[in-house]
Design a protein around this ligand. Structure first.
Ligand code: SF4
Ligand code: SF4
Length: 445
């Protein structure tokens, strides 16, 4: 029987329209806007000034502390401006704009990164690998954008005995991980080996939902003769790709509320992150591009694309045929956990796994009705919370009570809102409540 998590979860229509689509490269634009906050943690600190000439892959903003990440330029060119730019969600963020001349474009076409030789790779120590990952600005590419080096360095006294690679990709519409598992199995496996060496873990499991049989077979074929790494097909159930849900499915262990995966001996990395680690270690390439899906029921040419970070979202959407006239909403990420954006002029950043366009008739909010205490949201919640309680507590600003009801354990999966027969905007309120409680706890500490 296929493994999965036990508590809550839902079955959602998949709409994996791009499951068969190979990865298409979107050429680097002449002008990129690179933001300094593309990760969870402190914003990186600018390391260039207007007029500077930068070379593709050069650090342009340095990590600011342990939980932060370096930012690199994806193109060679001249620093045009440094200043505030609005993110896709409308918040101002420090950015640098870089413009390439004809000579820069030619330089990038002729000069790549110089791969490490097998001897050089063999000579790397675990610390070397961690430093390369940190230098390369690698962050979790499943959407969380947590700086990867931190995850590779368990707190003192803690040790991982299993590495779980997240290939579940349970969000409807998104297929970027699926496409990557089909196109680059050897590179992902190599990345997994580097993570194993860095962490001293000798068992790795790649968890993939069984709606991606071709990816499972492909990885298994490429793992023949390898020891210590296996693929585990998992039941297709949302949110199978949630970190705690994945650990439960693969190991049977429950990560306690408020604890990290390492507390049950697990490290979890996304397949895209393993691939980015491969590129950093083997190819000496920092994180300057990523794979993402552009999709939607009415999108002309939905697909999976390799995009340089800093590319405007409108360029990415144009690669899929542009914005259809009847579009009501554009979401970054999948429709369950993603958020609606307010600007397509904003640049692509490390955490963008997909752009999903929703037709107008499906984007309209349905009539919200009073809670009928049916308990569907409680049954659906994979974290054992009581969403019907969390919403009114947020509305009334009862932050202490909200904290006692465990709002900080919410993984923002949206199962509650999806299941509610009264169409209550549970997730919107719970997200706000979680933000407020986290703010309150920060002030207290
Ligand atoms: S969004 Fe939060 S409260 Fe709602 S089902 Fe998911 S974990 Fe539970
Ligand atoms: S699913 Fe909706 S109506 Fe049912 S208990 Fe939860 S909030 Fe109330």
């Amino acid at each position: 029987m296929l493994k999965t998590f036990k508590k809550g979860g839902i079955h959602v229509p998949e709409y994996k329209l791009t499951a068969e689509k190979p990865i298409v490269d979107i050429p680097a634009p002449r002008e990129v806007v690179v933001t300094f906050s593309q990760h969870i943690g402190a914003m990186a600190v600018c390391d260039v000034k207007p007029g500077d000439h930068v070379v593709k892959g050069q650090i342009i903003a340095k990590a600011n502390g342990v939980v932060s990440a370096n930012i690199h330029t994806p193109i060679s060119g001249k620093v045009k401006t440094i200043g505030k730019w609005k993110t896709a969600f409308g918040y101002p963020c420090d950015t640098v704009t870089i413009v390439a001349s004809d000579e820069d474009v030619q330089y990038d076409a002729e000069h790549g990164f110089e791969p490490r030789t097998e001897e050089e790779i063999k000579a790397l120590t675990p610390e070397d690998i961690k430093e390369i990952v940190a230098d390369a600005g690698v962050v979790g590419l499943g959407g969380a954008t947590f700086p990867t080096k931190v995850k590779l360095c368990p707190p003192p006294g803690m040790h991982a005995d299993i590495l779980i690679i997240n290939g579940a990709e349970c969000e409807p519409f998104l297929t970027n991980d699926h496409a990557l598992m089909l196109a680059c199995p050897d590179e992902i496996i190599e990345g997994v080996k580097y993570i194993m060496r860095a962490t001293g873990v000798n068992r790795a499991v790649i968890g993939v939902e069984d709606n991606k049989r071709d990816a499972i077979c492909n990885l298994e074929k490429h793992l023949e003769g390898e020891s210590g790494i296996s693929v585990m097909p998992l039941k297709t159930k949302y949110p199978q790709g949630g970190e705690k849900q994945l650990i439960k499915a693969v190991t049977g262990k429950e990560v306690p509320n408020g604890a990290l995966p390492i507390s049950v001996g697990a490290i979890v990395q996304n397949v895209g992150t393993a691939y980015a680690i491969y590129r950093a270690v083997k190819l000496r390439e920092p994180l300057i591009s990523r794979i993402l899906t552009v999709s939607g029921k009415h999108v002309q040419s939905p697909g999976n694309f390799r995009v340089f970070l800093g590319t405007p979202l409108k360029t990415v959407i144009e690669a899929a045929g542009g914005i259809p006239e009847d579009t009501g909403k554009i979401i970054l990420g999948g429709p369950m956990m993603g958020k609606a954006i307010v600007s397509i002029d904003a640049p692509t950043i490390k955490g963008v796994s997909g752009v999903v366009l929703i037709p107008e008739d499906e984007a309209r909010r349905t009539q919200e009705n009073p809670c009928i205490r049916c308990g569907a949201c409680v049954e659906a919640c994979p974290m054992g919370l009581e969403p019907y309680m969390l919403m009114p507590l947020t509305e009334n600003g009862e932050w202490e009570m909200l904290n006692e009801h465990g709002v900080r354990n919410c993984i923002e999966c949206g199962c509650c809102a999806y299941s509610c027969p009264s169409n209550r905007p549970l997730l919107d309120f719970i997200r706000l409540g979680k933000f407020k409680v986290n703010e309150m706890m920060r002030k207290k500490s």
